[in-house]
Design a binder for this molecule. Structure first.
Ligand SMILES: *Cc1c(COP(=O)(O)O)cnc(C)c1O
Length: 359
């Protein structure tokens, strides 16, 4: 590794994955050509595609009554694809507002249905997830949508909402595969892959099969879950290179011991960073400890504006992409699966040194 990359997305890939990709780029397996240069309908590609579905099923122990779809359009595409497919004639959907990404999902859903904001984190400046006992869920809603990890705000659910018979829908773009998840509690889980899983271009959708086949009539064909499911996600030309890279990451994770092992390391990494922040008066993270994110850790530096200095000094130590989201400011370290414990150790050492110099 040349640098320690804390980018929020697209983000670091495991070194081992990049090495394999480099080898395969010119000539992949028996094909003699690269993955980019063969048909998505060739048996070589479809074998890889089928294996990737099995790999994800293995990683998350996904029950057999769930379908795994590889779609395009990013998580943002799902913001409209979900109401188009899941409203099933109903006019209401529940949304939990915990930050920037849930707000974007709400804005988009608002085009298609009456959005009931069943719980609103803005009342606590997005520093805390509202307790489920205060949620005002509408039993007539078609589904309940929440964002399991707010990538910008740095808030993560460490529990699963209970919604009874109403399907639970989760945007797990910056959380999926960082920890185990009980898929059977969900109607639908989605994630774009450029955060914790691979590169941009693929959106994973894990959907309970009874929720497929109810798209509104005017739904574009390529956004109808039925079409994607029936075609094993090869309805039209998929981003073949991105799909292949996603599968390499799945295989890397399985070799590493799966999501259980990922979670163990992710807990240690996040704890190391939160410890430095909490043990100083110089660094601050205001998120309630019960819902601090393991994946995205925003923090501020010093009393005055030392942001630029921090970023400059950090890059001299090869610690890069630590700037916060454009509207949020401050710093943010994203500690996805591919970010090693060693990278976090380097960051923590740097932060202590920086505080000594400027604190
Ligand atoms: C990045 C992100 C998105 C947007 O993903 P795109 O692939 O850019 O559409 C949505 N939700 C969350 C939680 C994210 O982190």
């Amino acid at each position: 590794m040349q640098v320690f990359n804390f980018s929020a997305g697209p983000s670091a890939l495991p070194d081992a994955v990049l090495e394999i990709a480099k080898e395969d780029l010119k000539s992949w397996g028996v094909t003699g050509s690269s993955i980019m240069e063969i048909s998505h309908r060739s048996s070589t590609f479809t074998r890889m595609a089928n294996r990737s579905v099995e790999n994800l099923r293995t990683l998350l122990q996904i029950p057999s009554n769930y379908k795994i779809l590889f779609m395009q359009g990013g998580a943002t595409g799902q913001f409209s694809t979900i109401p188009l497919n899941l409203l099933q004639g109903k006019s209401n959907a529940d949304y939990i507002n915990t930050g920037i990404w849930s707000l974007k999902a709400i804005e988009e859903a608002d085009r298609y249905c009456k959005v009931n904001i069943a719980a609103d984190g803005s009342e606590s400046d997005f520093e805390k997830i509202p307790d489920q006992e205060h949620w005002k869920l509408n039993p007539e809603s078609a589904y309940v949508h929440y964002t399991s990890n707010e990538t910008v705000n740095g808030i993560e659910y460490h529990w699963t909402p209970e919604t009874g018979d109403v399907p639970l829908v989760a945007d797990m773009s910056s959380q999926l595969l960082s920890r185990p998840v009980d898929v059977s509690k969900y109607g639908l889980i989605y994630a774009s892959t450029q955060k914790n899983i691979g590169v941009s271009g693929i959106t994973l959708v894990i959907i309970r099969d009874d929720l497929i086949g109810h798209a509104q009539k005017e739904t574009p064909g390529f956004l109808d879950y039925q079409n994607i499911s029936d075609s094993d996600s090869i309805y039209n030309t998929p981003p073949t290179l991105a799909w292949y890279l996603t599968n390499l990451v799945f295989e890397w994770m399985i070799q590493q011991g799966g999501v259980q092992e990922m979670e163990k390391i992710n807990i240690i990494k996040a704890q190391k960073l939160y410890d430095v922040i909490d043990q100083s008066d110089f660094y601050k993270n205001n998120i309630d400890p019960s819902c601090r994110s393991r994946m995205n850790i925003p923090f501020t530096v010093g009393a005055s504006d030392l942001d630029t200095q921090f970023l400059e000094d950090a890059s001299k130590r090869k610690l890069i992409h630590l700037n916060g989201f454009r509207s949020a400011g401050g710093m943010r370290a994203s500690l996805y699966n591919a970010v090693t414990e060693n990278a976090v150790d380097e960051l923590v050492t740097f932060m202590k040194d920086f505080e000594k110099n400027y604190g």
